[in-house]
Design a protein around this ligand. Structure first.
Ligand SMILES: [Zn+2]
Length: 365
């Protein structure tokens, strides 16, 4: 049985009144603090205030801590007694704080789940979704077809040297063909490219034969706009150079592109034409998709519609690209995605592509 030896000490209470207390008083004081703390902890309304209560009852300046200030003046047995009581009290306060915190947390979570509940049965608000411009869609479709046929994709500059746009394409300054292409001049010797063909020479300069390359991009002509002409239009250039490439390869390639883009019943015809950078040259016509060659309003009664230009690469262009025209031959063609798209979807006016009229664009959604 433990006997208590009364110990007199000066003990500072929270109210700063010096009172003589004994060990019993200190333990009683601990009990008071604990019951006070447990009552307050139960009354804490929110998790954020739990911490304040913790500081108030167990912090460095709390009355609970001050009880320990008499330790130094107690006998060893009393110190042990007070320490045990103090530890048990602290544990019960900590446990109560922890429990209160957990129960408040789950309550607050339940409340939050309740208040932030989403009614998934409400109908949604439709958001407008963007989609590809019909011209870009056509470009992608045509490039995909060419890629599947083994063509690399290459892009040349839109602001081009006169040399690449004309001279190296067998069109020297005195050549009458220059007059047919109304050119935007940036400054002397520099133009907005009138065709994607300059990239032919650029690509040949950088790649030895054999090559198969498609060059997509905008081209520029200084001409008035009308339903079938624009001063800025898209072109996809095709170029293939290898040993023994013939006109039959060109026809087969273009027919294959047309069949894959328009449908397997596509028919093409080649009309002799003149381009300075190909020899022989041909305009490609496609049989009208509406009347199948009989003649209708879509094709002005012709039964055929012009699709683009093509031909066998002129020997001097091969030479300009650093190739030996005695050793290799090649063909080139220009596809006009505007025209392909107009024909496939029955678009009557080329200017619609650039007017950004959503009513028109949505038709291709
Ligand atoms: Zn027709």
């Amino acid at each position: 049985m433990v006997t208590f030896v009364p110990t007199s000490v000066a003990f500072l209470f929270g109210r700063s009144i010096v009172i003589e207390v004994q060990l019993d008083d200190a333990i009683r004081r601990i009990d008071e603090v604990v019951s006070e703390a447990l009552r307050d902890i139960q009354a804490v309304p929110t998790t954020s205030e739990v911490e304040q209560v913790r500081v108030r009852y167990t912090g460095k300046k709390s009355p609970f801590q001050q009880v320990l200030s008499i330790m130094g003046r107690l006998s060893a047995a009393d110190r042990k007694q007070l320490g045990a009581a103090w530890n048990a009290a602290r544990d019960s306060i900590e446990a109560a704080l922890k429990q209160r915190d957990a129960s408040l947390r789950s309550g607050e979570l339940a409340q939050r789940l309740e208040s932030e509940q989403v009614d998934i049965t409400l109908p949604g608000v439709p958001q407008p979704v963007g989609y590809r411009h019909p011209l870009l869609q056509c470009v992608r479709d045509l490039l995909q077809i060419l890629e599947q046929m083994g063509y690399a994709i290459y892009e040349g500059p839109e602001v081009e040297w006169e040399r690449y746009n004309f001279d190296l394409l067998n069109t020297p300054w005195w050549h009458p063909a220059r007059d047919e292409q109304d050119t935007f001049w940036v400054r002397e010797g520099v133009v907005l490219r009138t065709q994607t063909s300059p990239a032919q020479v650029r690509y040949m300069e950088a790649h030895p034969p054999p090559i198969r390359v498609a060059v997509p991009g905008f081209t520029y002509r200084n001409e008035a706009e009308d339903p079938t002409h624009a001063d800025m239009f898209y072109q996809i250039e095709g170029l293939a150079v290898d040993v023994d490439i013939t006109l039959a390869d060109l026809k087969g390639t273009l027919l294959q592109v047309a069949k894959r883009y328009f449908g397997p019943d596509s028919a093409l015809r080649f009309r002799p034409h003149y381009f300075p950078f190909t020899e022989p040259s041909a305009e490609i016509d496609i049989q009208c998709r509406v009347c199948h060659g009989v003649g209708c309003r879509s094709c002005d009664g012709e039964g055929w519609l012009e699709l683009g230009g093509s031909g066998m690469v002129h020997p001097s262009v091969l030479e300009a690209g650093g190739y030996d025209p005695e050793a290799v031959s090649g063909f080139a063609f220009g596809l006009g995605p505007n025209r392909y798209s107009m024909m496939k979807y029955g678009i009557p006016d080329m200017r619609l592509f650039r007017e950004n009229d959503l009513r028109f664009l949505r038709e291709f959604n």
